[in-house]
Design a protein around this ligand. Sequence first.
Ligand SMILES: [Zn+2]
Length: 390
Amino acid sequence: MTTTVITNIGSLVTNDPALGDGTPIGLLQDAAVVIDGDRIAWVGPNADAPAADEAVDAAGRAVIPGFVDSHSHLLFAGDRTQEFNARMSGRAYTAGGIRTTVAATRAASDEALEANLTHYLREALRQGTTTFETKSGYGLTVEDEARALRIAARHTDEITYLGAHIVPPDYADDPAAYVALVTGEMLDACAPYARWVDVFCEKGAFDGDQARAILTAGKAKGLHPRVHANQLSYGPGVQLAVELDAASADHCTHLTDADVDALASSETVATLLPGAEFSTRAEWPDARRLLDAGVTVALSTDCNPGSSFTSSVPFCIALAVRDMKMTPDEAIWSATAGGARALRRTDIGRITPGARADLVLLDAPSHVHLAYRPGVPLVSDVWRQGKRCP
Ligand SMILES: [Zn+2]
């Protein structure tokens, strides 16, 4: 197996307090990293770096773990430029816009859906994302949901069944029948491809009782829950996520003190998705309140054609620092180790011996530049599973 040593790293984020300066991001100055095959083999001071088959000189620049984007919706067709344009011209966002994408997705061929998916995956990889989760939710028929997950399964292991994204127009008069489909035939068709089950628990989508039925049925089929919770309004989503041991409650924009307390005393991560608030001119989630209460916070893109059409984790980091009052250290942790926690993974989101060799070399001396220089393409090189990406 080929080994590679990256030398002269000015600033290395390991996310291992024991390896670095004792902070949660485990910062090491003047460091080196050795990759062996698809794993990190060695991390330490540059002066002690062992020899390897290949050498890369970081020339004083920063290296960080590859981003773990634990929330995206990339199985779709069409776009919603006009809706965005209208919203930016003063019209309020409602969950109903999803129906536009559902119609386009149903009409698309398998080839078109997969080509769209790989287009956005390449885009994300170029921006440093080395692990991504993605969901169904724009098919909303047994066949269309299953084919979305079948296509996704060729590209990632982190696949989420989101048949309960909205009640489709064909079931508008009988939502109970749609919940029966989502917990029955559709679940049976989708479960073989998925690791996770998700529900959009929100006014206009699915209420607490419906969400509980959907997540419980998914659990019975071996899927692990995650929840779109408390995005547009207060509601039962977060409490339900904690009660069912969901890996993550996603959005968390409207939280009561009881919601924050429940998250703080659970293993459920709060995944914040500031691209959605940016793209809908909505109120930011209160990251500071969650962090100060001891909640584990992840940062992800929510990349989807309606409410957050960005694949850029660096952009989300900049928003989180500027507008959600996260420190640059907290934001980089949340976008790497936090994302790994939201996927219940221990092999990614850190640069430590034995971890998967997912690394990003920045054209900057420090990870702080991701927020300090917003909108600038600072990702220079990406290694995913030990392979340098072209
Ligand atoms: Zn989402």
